[in-house]
Design a protein around this ligand. Sequence first.
Ligand SMILES: NC(=O)c1ccc[n+]([C@@H]2O[C@H](COP(=O)([O-])OP(=O)(O)OC[C@H]3O[C@@H](n4cnc5c(N)ncnc54)[C@H](OP(=O)(O)O)[C@@H]3O)[C@@H](O)[C@H]2O)c1
Length: 320
Amino acid sequence: MLVFLGSVLALSISFLLLVVMAAPCIRKYIAGGVCKSTVKLIGKVAVITGANTGIGKETAKDLAQRGARVILACRDMAKGEAAACEIQTTTGNQHVIAKKLDLADSKSIREFAENFLRDEKELHILINNAGVMMCPYSKTADGFEIQLGINHFGHFLLTFLLLERLKQSAPARIINVSSLAHRAGKIRFHDLQSEKSYNRGLAYCQSKLANILFTRELAKRLQGTGVTVNALHPGSVRTELTRHITIINSLWSMIHFFLKTPQEGAQTSVYCAVAEELQSVSGKYFSDCKPAYVSAEGRNEETAIQLWKVSCELLGITWD
Ligand SMILES: NC(=O)c1ccc[n+]([C@@H]2O[C@H](COP(=O)([O-])OP(=O)(O)OC[C@H]3O[C@@H](n4cnc5c(N)ncnc54)[C@H](OP(=O)(O)O)[C@@H]3O)[C@@H](O)[C@H]2O)c1
């Protein structure tokens, strides 16, 4: 009996030791792709939406470290200014500023764009990063379902309003932060605002699919302008994105070790923004700093065109 217990103990200790020794390798694997580019961004201007926390903040920090002038477009100015201050201190780059942008209100988006176009003469990198996930049903100020409204319509309008400045500053890049969740998405044109039925998970997937379709259609329209647009999945990242779902929030804390840190999650955004080899790559989707699989729905040309038309109609804009 004693011999048996001794063997069990020895086996358990060996297993634990193995796990401890393998931990750095496991962590490295989870961290995923790393942006290896050492490109400097002195003289370049970048706008990052939702940059007061999570992936957006880490992306902003990286671009600031490279010398860019970085505008953190945030809905909460207190959080935005605190993040700008922190990034200034850690990077030594004083050209990091916060500006008010609420993507759930087209009036705020227009005010942000007006203010930006008045103050900044160039725009080289636009990162449409802000997002909400699985919120209880509500609508934006313009009557859009909240997830589609912020994640898609808000960024669609913002990009439209800033596009001329991007073209004038070419070469320039637009980066849309989508998600692997796009694969479970469908654009429900018959009930786009989920008024007849609302499933908060599927509404998130729809909004992330919309990011992919927008990228695809915009890339076609930007050919020959020197402005590229790409989409990406950042990985599974420990951020505040799960704030609306208690179960996932608790699960996220339990599997902490197996999630990317925000800095690791920012790598593909930074890669899309700076990598030399992507200079003329457009309309693609990346994950872990390399091309990734897009679902059949995400490659559907007809859906992309229809979504473009509906988005223009609902936002009251003409964008050919
Ligand atoms: N974390 C992941 O595992 C994961 C996986 C796949 C894709 N993504 C995508 O990555 C992006 C960044 O998410 P994250 O994980 O970094 O989440 P996060 O920590 O919750 O950050 C989201 C950011 O978006 C901002 N935001 C929300 N609503 C806004 C609005 N109406 N106007 C302007 N800004 C608004 C938030 O501002 P407040 O702080 O004021 O709320 C926050 O700064 C999202 O597009 C998300 O869909 C994340």
